[in-house]
Ligand binder design. Structure first.
Ligand code: UD1
Length: 367
């Protein structure tokens, strides 16, 4: 590629992608002469899992929605590849930009590289070192074939170097999810969700659960719900429930017990602004999400991660995050400890709201 790149094909598809792609679309819109297309794979399709985020974050309507919907990993990945191939062939982008670690990230990257297109991976190098996580497989494969790798934290750069990526390819640029958080924090402050849910600032816990390793196994799910029940006796626990988790609660016959738990408030999935307001005002967050570990670090809110590992170690070494796994006792011990001695808030280097600008500038300089 000799001339300055002008054609960018951005890919998103599942809820955590939307807050990552938003600032990149915004930064590309400010580049003179750039022709940018946004492709939605359609992995997430419910109003509350997708369109709400486009509206709230001001993301332009996708040029094309591949409408792949739900399915097994193989069928979803294959459908994205088949449908994305046609789009990529027709548009002939200089750069395909993929974000995060969902199935569409990997599917689009593989398709683009095989068509001879250059791929930039945003949020590269994160490793949980747990290959039973589908996201870990997506990360490793995407990173191994991408032309440019944008890392959010130093551990990402180290992981990539250890895997043999040359320095010229890897750029530490900060965190696009934080760009979005900082941009929307004041709008989120106006949300009335605390009143709607019936909780007071800093007097409730916020929980999210969706990892297959936590919710697809009845015993593990019960172990976590047992812990939430005990915490709910201390302060209300708000649980915006992911569709996967809702399905499993129903399938395992746990709906009645969740309804019977006085302090546990299971609610529909929330939009970005309401969720940010709930996070910012929580006394503590319990989660198995990746992004929420980072968002609570930026907000200075204590976070218990209900997993044995994290691909985002900076949220522990510098942030407010602690790992608990899924055992009732370990969650409750960590809860008591964190209530007694909350971790101090900190500022992570380069998580300053300018990651997308750095990414776009780097791509414009790549010849
Ligand atoms: C996916 C990502 C995960 C990410 C998560 C965020 C992969 C491998 N996983 O997991 O990394 O953290 O999104 O939410 O890409 N469903 C609906 N409505 C929707 C979407 C899904 O009801 O709009 C239901 C379907 O029954 C589906 C199930 O939720 O089978 C799981 O959805 P899926 O996208 O396969 O995985 P997630 O658990 O959401």
């Amino acid at each position: 590629m000799s001339a300055k790149p002008t054609k960018f094909l951005c890919v998103c598809g599942a809820r955590p992608n939307f807050m990552k792609i938003a600032p990149i679309m915004d930064a590309l819109a400010r580049v003179d002469g750039a022709e940018t297309r946004l492709i939605h794979t359609g992995q997430h399709y419910d109003e509350r899992m997708s369109r709400l985020f486009f509206d709230e974050l001001g993301i332009p309507k996708p040029h094309i929605n591949l409408d792949v919907g739900s399915g097994s990993h193989a069928s979803q990945t294959a459908e994205i590849m088949k449908r994305f191939e046609a789009v990529c062939t027709e548009f002939e982008p200089d750069w395909v930009i993929v974000v995060g670690d969902v199935n569409g990230t990997m599917a689009a990257a593989i398709t683009a590289v095989k068509l001879g297109r250059k791929v930039a991976h945003v949020e590269a190098g994160l490793r949980s070192f747990d290959r039973t996580m589908p996201e870990e497989v997506n990360r490793i494969l995407t990173d191994s074939i991408s032309d440019v790798l944008f890392a959010t934290e130093p551990s990402g750069v180290e992981n990539l170097q250890r895997e043999g990526m040359t320095n010229g390819k890897v750029h530490l640029v900060g965190n696009v999810m934080v760009d979005t958080l900082l941009r929307h924090k004041s709008a989120a402050a106006a949300s009335t969700i605390l009143t709607t849910v019936g909780v007071s600032a800093k007097a409730y816990a916020l929980a999210t659960l969706h990892r297959p390793s936590n919710v697809d196994n009845r015993e593990t799910l019960v172990s976590i719900l047992d812990a939430l029940d005990v915490i709910a006796a201390d302060m209300p626990v708000v649980l915006p429930v992911h569709p996967r988790t809702k399905e499993k609660i129903d399938a395992f016959g746990l709906a009645a017990r969740v309804d019977a738990s006085a302090g546990l408030r299971m609610i529909e999935p929330l939009g970005y602004l309401d969720f940010l307001k709930l996070m910012d005002n929580a006394a503590i967050v319990l989660t198995d999400s990746g992004g929420i570990q980072e968002e609570t670090t930026v907000l200075g809110v204590p976070c218990l991660t209900l997993r044995e590992n994290t691909e985002r170690p900076i949220t522990i070494t510098q942030g407010t995050n602690r790992l608990t796994g899924s055992s009732t006792n370990r969650i409750l011990e960590a809860y008591s400890e964190m209530r007694r001695d909350p971790p101090a808030a900190c500022v992570v280097d380069m998580w300053d709201g300018r990651a997308a600008e750095r990414i776009v500038q780097t791509l414009l300089n790549c010849r």
